[in-house]
Design a protein. Structure first.
Lengths: 831, 107
């Protein structure tokens, strides 16, 4: 390495490095955050695994009563909850956050602080949720928390509250990760890496991230509604009072079924990445796989009712979902045939990660086949809520996620640590898990077919289930030993593993072009990509990147600089300065944790105070973002600074976030419409305040505020920034007028959410509207101050279109609420 | 058509149309069954089944036209995959609609 290159690495290390000691908690670097996600996820996996072993111990013999029914209920509920929410999704998100920038030739994710915030929300939410087990008040209504079992009547304890609040807290991290992964993949790929040259793993993660944005909001909404029903007496799911318990099932499974694919897609991405490497040839049918990913992402949202075949819906509706459930097997099949064709036509090297690929293929295909069986309505009726379903679910999730994940860990282990794993321990671990898993769950299909229902804490002897359960339990413990061996291997390899050579698996993707373990800046310079397989077709890349011969291979003056490129062709668009180490994410997550804990303790005034404080922190965060002087950059000849552009990553982030926001709002509209049309006891209850007339006059200043902001933005596009601050104060004033009117309407009316389900929906909707109008108004006030100080101007327009988009969204949701809640019931003759 | 066939948005439009069709079919069925006085009196020749078949036909034709246009116009990767997505939407639409021919609503 030349002196110049050494100086470059030194400069970059200073700009991108984490702070020492406790300062590491302020790290926002994607490598650190991604690794933290993965390590925390593995710890939660071990907790969930111990719970599973306790369940299997209880069921090993008939009429065994090691645990009381209530404790047993807590065990299986927390096992499912921990595995699904605290392990599967976060660990895959962590892997994606770690890998995506490295695969696309970027130095970091688009919003590093958001990633760090997501991690701390996940950590604190997980701790809060799991802490319920310490006091034996863990949720016990099953991991999908069905109503009415989980309502205040049948679950009067705090268990469901821990679940609802803890999971909602954790989901902040999932949604934030979804946003930043989408924007990073679309807007930060290395120059030349057009969509067709993008690693297939990125397609999988892009689909997963988008699915998170649409899939999680229905559950977030449902959790808020159920918590309001439990804590404040609102009516959404109580059938006797005008709600409908099936609404919970719809909202839950609108999230729950796509979640299976949210988990499967990244795992399939791992498989699609590893197979070409070990088959030593490009993936067969890249275009077909992309088509399959997109198709799977969409169709998986049309399957949710197949979890509800037994609740009494019309045969025709069941048939819709039955067909859709079978259709989703087609894109899955396309991928499996593409993998097989790649293996068939390649020269396969049977390295350790390939064991997991074969384990995955065998187990996942079996799980997929039983999935098609369950898509058949009559068969589903027979085995519903039996151990057959449990077996199917574990074949899909363990086969479809855990096996690829462990294979992926082995594959990228040299990248994490710079050392190779042990072949012996790795093989032992694989076979123990493979044999133990099949012993546990293959037999469990039979247990289910013989009629054993899931979730019973014990069973009578002589029903034909005894030996099956015993063998399943033995298999479970064999699997647990296998997991222990794998963990041991991972731990030991840091000390005893052979140092890895550069690109030890001879892979084709860009993450292997850097040193292992990687430096915090990933790439000393950004390469120009000319191929889908850069490490095969541009073998000189590691050297040229390290020598600083690519883009941005210069001193960055302690700034964290990355390139922004166009979504389709990856042409250079902008130079982005990313934030450095920051305590804001940890502080904000801690305040949100206080909100969560206070809500659990029913200390609502303290919770409200902490919630207000969290908003103060958010606005403090916003203040130092965008074109704040702290983010200034030296002029370059590569591209304009992002603050000089109109469609920077801020605008993209807002657009993608609003997709999730809109999904939540549409779920609310769906819930209202569902209760209106389906709930037997539902009735519209007129209010004196929320009339068409008052809502119209209330919406007028909102519309004018949005219009004013739009006009100012258009004027700025014409390079006219005269009186910008005054204009923004005008929009702010109109926003304040609207807010005051909205709050007055809300409090002056006769809304009675504890007595009328219609009012419950109205209160939640108005709360949603107030939140958005308030955010838009306050942020406009901040923009007025920023314009005054020159942060926003004709030369720095970056922030205006971001807020403009939010204003438009705020106006749309208001008028949609106006139409839905004033005209629609009247048109239906209900009011 | 203003959006060129290579535009990435085409990668999602086809199945978004399918999603809208699917929501309309399931939502329409649910609403119909909640308001219909004698939902199964007409057997298969009822307003819902006939309406859904018409919707299926319209959606299928639209997706077919878009698939054809995309395939013919596209010269590069995203356009060809987009054509595939339109065809996938078409297949999914027809597949989901098959039960409409055999099953009356609300039973």
């Amino acid at each position: 390495m030349t002196d110049k290159a050494a100086q470059l690495h030194q400069d970059l290390a200073r700009a991108w490095g984490n702070l020492p000691g406790w300062g590491g908690l302020s790290a926002v670097n994607h490598t650190s955050v991604g690794l933290r996600f993965m390590v925390t996820g593995v710890i939660f996996f071990l907790i969930g695994g111990v719970l599973a072993m306790l369940v299997r111990t209880q069921l090993a013999r008939p009429e065994q009563e090691l645990f009381s029914p209530d404790v047993y209920n807590q065990l299986f509920t927390m096992h499912g909850t921990v595995m699904m929410f605290l392990f599967a999704i976060p660990v895959l998100e962590g892997l994606a956050m770690y890998l995506i920038p490295k695969m696309i030739g970027a130095r970091d994710l688009a919003y590093p602080r958001i990633g760090a915030l997501g991690y701390f929300c996940y950590l604190f939410g997980g701790i809060i949720l799991c802490s319920s087990m310490l006091w034996s008040i863990a949720p016990s209504s099953g991991w999908f928390m069905y109503t009415p079992l989980s309502d205040a009547t049948f679950s009067p304890g705090r268990g469901p509250d821990f679940w609802l609040l803890g999971i909602t807290f954790v989901e902040i991290s999932a949604v934030s990760a979804g946003v930043e992964l989408v924007v990073t993949i679309l807007r930060m790929r290395a120059p030349g890496m057009s969509l067709q040259k993008m690693p297939v793993f990125c397609w999988y993660i892009l689909a997963m991230a988008l699915m998170i944005l649409f899939g999680f909001p229905p559950l977030i909404l449902a959790s808020i509604m159920l918590e309001l029903e439990r804590a404040a007496g609102f009516i959404f799911f109580d059938g006797l009072r005008g709600g409908d318990p099936l609404l919970w099932q719809h909202l839950f499974w609108l999230f729950g079924h796509p979640e299976v694919y949210i988990i499967f897609l990244p795992a399939a991405g791992i498989i699609s990445t590893m197979i070409p490497v070990f088959a030593q040839r490009p993936l067969v049918g890249y275009g077909w796989i992309v088509l399959a990913i997109i198709t799977m992402g969409f169709i998986s949202f049309g399957l949710w009712v197949h979890h509800m075949f037994t609740v009494g819906i019309p045969h025709l509706a069941q048939a819709f979902f039955s067909v859709a459930s079978m259709l989703v097997a087609v894109p899955t099949g396309i991928q499996i045939f593409a993998w097989l064709a790649t293996l068939w036509s390649g020269k396969v090297r049977f390295e350790l990660p390939m064991l997991w690929v074969f384990g995955f293929l065998v187990i996942f295909v079996c799980g997929g086949l039983t999935g098609v069986m369950l898509a058949l309505v009559p068969f589903d009726w027979q085995v519903h809520d039996s151990y057959f379903v449990v077996a199917h679910m574990h074949y899909v999730l363990v086969g479809g996620m855990l096996f690829p994940l462990i294979g992926g860990f082995y594959y990228w282990l040299p990248h994490f640590s710079g050392r190779m794993p042990s072949q012996t321990l790795g093989k032992w671990g694989f076979w123990l898990i493979f044999i133990g898993f099949n012993a546990t769950f293959l037999l469990m299909h039979l247990t289910g077919l013989l009629g054993m229902p899931r979730r019973v804490y014990t069973y009578e002897a002589g029903l034909g289930w005894d030996w099956l359960n015993l063998l399943s339990s033995v298999g479970g413990f064999v699997m647990a030993i296998g997991v222990a061996v794998i963990i041991l291997d991972f731990l030991l390899h840091f000390r005893f593993g052979t140092p890895a050579s550069t690109n030890p698996w001879k892979a084709d993707t860009l993450e292997w072009a850097m040193d292992t373990p990687p430096s915090p800046y990933n790439f000393a310079s950004i390469p120009q990509i000319t191929s889908r397989h850069p490490m095969w077709d541009q073998p000189d890349l590691p050297r040229t990147i390290a020598a600083g011969e690519g883009l941005l291979g210069r001193s960055s003056h302690d700034h964290r600089e990355v390139l922004g490129t166009s979504a389709s062709n990856a042409e250079i668009r902008e130079l982005i300065r990313l934030p450095g180490n920051s305590w804001l994410p940890l502080q904000l997550a801690a305040i949100l944790a206080v909100v969560c804990i206070c809500l659990l303790l029913r200390a609502y005034w303290v919770a409200l105070g902490a919630a207000v404080l969290s908003f103060v922190w958010v606005f403090r965060w916003v203040w130092v973002a965008g074109a704040h002087p702290a983010n200034s950059m030296e002029p370059t000849d590569i591209a304009p600074a992002t603050t000089q552009t109109w469609s920077g990553i801020g605008l993209w982030g807002m657009g993608v976030t609003l997709l999730a926001d809109a999904a939540l709002y549409l779920s609310l509209i769906f819930g209202w419409f569902y209760l209106w049309t389906v709930a037997p006891q539902w009735q519209f209850s007129p209010t004196s305040s929320l009339t068409a007339q008052t809502m119209f006059w209330c919406g007028l200043p909102l519309t004018l505020a949005a219009l004013g902001h739009w006009l100012l933005t258009q004027r700025l596009r014409r390079k006219n920034d005269a009186n910008l601050s005054a204009g923004l104060w005008g929009s702010f004033s109109l926003g304040v007028m609207h807010l005051i009117a909205l709050i007055w309407i809300f409090f002056s009316g006769d809304l009675s959410p504890r007595n009328h389900p219609h009012h419950s929906v109205l209160v939640v909707t108005v709360g949603y509207l107030v939140l958005h109008s308030g955010l838009a108004t306050i942020t406009t006030g901040l923009q007025a101050l920023r314009a005054k100080r020159g942060f926003i101007s004709a030369q720095r327009p970056y922030e205006m279109p971001v807020l403009q988009m939010f204003w438009i969204y705020t106006a749309i949701i208001y008028w949609l609420a106006f139409v839905c809640f004033t005209f629609a019931p009247a048109a239906g003759g209900a009011m | 058509m203003k959006l060129p066939a290579e535009h990435p948005l085409h990668l999602v439009i086809g199945l978004t149309i399918w999603s809208a069709f699917f929501i309309a079919a399931y939502g329409g069925l649910s609403v119909y069954c909640s308001v219909a006085v004698e939902p199964d009196a007409g057997g298969l020749k009822n307003p819902l089944n006939l309406g859904l078949l018409a919707l299926t036909a319209a959606t299928s034709v639209l997706l077919g036209i878009l698939a054809n246009w995309c395939w013919r116009s596209a010269k590069k990767f995203p356009g060809k995959v987009s054509a595939g997505v339109y065809i996938a939407g078409l297949i999914a639409t027809v597949g989901v609609a098959i039960p409409i021919i055999f099953l009356p609503p609300c039973v």
